[in-house]
Design a protein around this ligand. Structure first.
Ligand SMILES: *[C@@H]1O[C@H](CO)[C@@H](O)[C@H](O)[C@H]1NC(C)=O
Length: 309
């Protein structure tokens, strides 16, 4: 049998059945913004250093993240033409006006960033619950999206985008920037990294809260074997070969977080594609951020908000 012909094709965002928001979320949005706990903003905070430490005890299949332990993770919510809210995925704060995510939220086969009414999209900062208002939550909006010039909607090559936010992001204990790896930074097969996201335990856990799944870095050959268009130069392979846990649609763009020997958390990957989180028979494909940190930093300078770390 010719194995190649039975290789799975990566499934992209537009092929997923996106979960629409529950009605009560819409009702909550209509309520006036009550800030229960106003913290004094800090002007400079270090990157990759949460005040609440992430849980690093390994739980196969994922678990609820400690609230506030991934303070750079932003929930990206789209408004559809028929006025429904959809969780598009996650982004990561890189600067006071900059959020990193995947390009596929904004451009895919049949739609481009020009078709979307981004004024109605929302960025939830300091957020833990999907539907419930969190005391430290802030809502921000999109001013502009910069898609990597090499992005290919078919192969998902260069699936990277920067969101320039409308309002400045204020740092506090619940909202902080992430660290980027520099271009010389290398990960190792077997490193255990973590994927926080609002979809990552859709089948096993509580999908109302921010969850995290530990994802071991796998050898490129595992993904090259599973996916006919795995791009080993710029993508990395992580997760499980044998069906424990994969990421779900609402995790797209979520950061794959790895801890450096100095205790600082940095984003090594961006969740870009997989097959089916309910089957979870396959590893996930991530953009390898070491390969993109130069482009990200350069683009941040051009946009007027240079990376500060
Ligand atoms: C995009 O990727 C597809 C699939 O790999 C390829 O056939 C196509 O030539 C690529 N397009 C560009 C503009 O590189």
């Amino acid at each position: 049998m010719h194995r190649n012909s039975s290789k799975e094709q990566k499934i992209y965002r537009h092929k997923f059945n996106r979960t629409s928001f529950k009605m009560r979320f819409i009702l909550l949005l209509a309520l006036p913004a009550v800030v229960l706990c106003q913290l004094s903003p800090q002007t400079t905070v270090p990157c990759g250093t949460p005040v609440v430490q992430p849980i690093t005890k390994r739980i196969v299949g994922g678990r609820e993240a400690a609230q506030g332990s991934w303070p750079w993770v932003v929930m990206i919510v789209a408004t559809t033409n028929d006025h429904r809210f959809l969780i598009e995925g996650s982004g990561s704060i890189l600067g006071t006006h900059v959020i990193l995510t995947t390009a596929q939220h904004f451009e895919g086969s049949g739609f481009s960033v020009f078709d979307l009414d981004l004024r109605n999209w929302m960025l939830y900062l300091g957020n833990h619950h999907r539907n419930m208002r969190d005391p430290n939550q802030k809502v921000n909006h999109i001013k502009k999206v910069i898609i990597h010039p090499g992005y290919n909607v078919t192969s998902l090559k260069d699936d990277i985008a920067l969101i320039i936010t409308q309002e400045p992001i204020e740092y506090n204990d619940h909202t902080r920037p992430a660290c980027l790896p520099d271009s010389s930074h290398h990960y190792h097969v077997g490193d255990i990294c973590y994927l926080p996201g609002w979809g990552s335990t859709l089948t096993t856990g509580d999908d109302e809260v921010l969850n995290q799944v530990d994802m071991p870095i796998l050898d490129d050959s595992v993904c090259a074997h599973q996916f006919r268009d795995f791009l080993s130069d710029t993508e990395l392979c992580a997760g499980y070969e044998t069906g424990i846990k994969e990421f779900c649609p609402s995790d797209l763009g979520s950061p794959l977080m790895c801890k450096d020997s100095n205790g600082i958390w940095y984003i090594q990957g961006l969740a870009s594609s997989g097959v089916n989180c309910h089957i979870a028979k396959y590893p996930g494909v991530y953009e390898d951020l070491s390969m993109y940190s130069d482009w990200i930093k350069q683009t941040m300078i051009v946009s007027g908000y240079p990376y500060e770390y």
